[in-house]
Design a protein around this ligand. Structure first.
Ligand code: PEP
Length: 261
């Protein structure tokens, strides 16, 4: 945990909770979570809940993220919501999540264009990168990270990089894929590799300042062990973020870690 940076914890609710249920969950979280200056708590509900939740939340306590967006600002793209439309409503947008790469065939180039569109519309992309189990077993993990990272950042300047977040999410560790519990050591090595790539692209300082989150079956019992991994600046949480006891316990754990440090 780098005390010079905030701890960033993002709840990815995926395709769960209707607007009523989402509102109820925010109400429960609001009762349990305090405003902490050094902890940024971000909620990523479905597209449908963003507008009502933006009216409900205490914006000092919670920020909003979209789970997706369309790269073109406007046009005849039936069913899509652009980053331009999300601008002003959300602070962050998850881009390149493995569910989108795998189920919706998002290519490296699609992710690259979404990253650029998010930045253009003043939304911070949270770019998810990570290898599948098959790629890991074939010894292709590093190559996958390299390709996903360099393509996603292809059109991003050093200045814009300050408004970009990365999430290392090995697909094999995500609860709804293989759900294998990642060892802190594995995560540390991958994140060190990602920072090395960033250093080559943007230099030492930019690489150091970059927020890199870990995601993959994080829960309230093990969040601490992940936040302790050198180079990890926060967590992207899926399944466990739907449970208000677990999610608020994670924020508490992060807060305790910071106060003890
Ligand atoms: C995710 O899908 O981004 C994720 C990290 O999910 P989970 O925590 O459920 O593994």
């Amino acid at each position: 945990m780098n005390l010079r940076k905030k701890t960033l914890i993002i709840a990815n609710w995926k395709m769960h909770l209707n607007t009523h249920q989402a509102s109820l969950l925010v109400h429960r979280l609001d009762e349990r979570i305090q405003v902490h200056r050094d902890i940024e708590v971000v909620l990523a509900p479905s597209m449908l809940s963003l507008q009502p939740l933006s009216q409900q939340i205490n914006h000092r306590k919670f920020k909003l993220a979209a789970q997706n967006g369309y790269a073109t600002d406007e046009g005849a793209y039936t069913g899509e919501v652009s980053f331009a439309m999300l601008s002003g409503l959300v602070t962050y947008a998850i881009v390149g999540h493995s569910a989108r790469r795998i189920y919706f065939n998002e290519t490296l180039e699609v992710v690259r264009d979404k990253v650029q569109a998010a930045v253009r519309n003043d939304i911070m992309p949270v770019i998810c990168i990570g290898e599948t189990k098959q790629e890991r077993d074939a010894g292709e993990g590093r190559q996958v990270l390299h390709d996903q990272l360099t393509t996603a950042l292809m059109n991003i300047t050093s200045r814009e990089l300050e408004r970009v977040v990365l999430a290392y999410e090995p697909v094999w560790a995500i609860s709804t894929f293989d759900g294998i519990i990642a060892k802190p050591d594995d995560i540390e090595k991958s994140i060190a590799y990602i920072r090395m790539q960033l250093r080559e692209l943007y230099g030492e300082k930019a690489a150091e300042n970059m927020y890199i989150l870990y995601g993959g079956s994080v829960n309230d019992h093990d969040v601490r062990s992940y936040l302790e991994v050198p180079g990890v600046d926060g967590a992207l949480v899926g399944a466990a973020s739907l449970n208000y006891h677990q999610f608020s316990a994670m924020i508490d754990a992060a807060y305790r870690m910071r106060t003890e440090a």
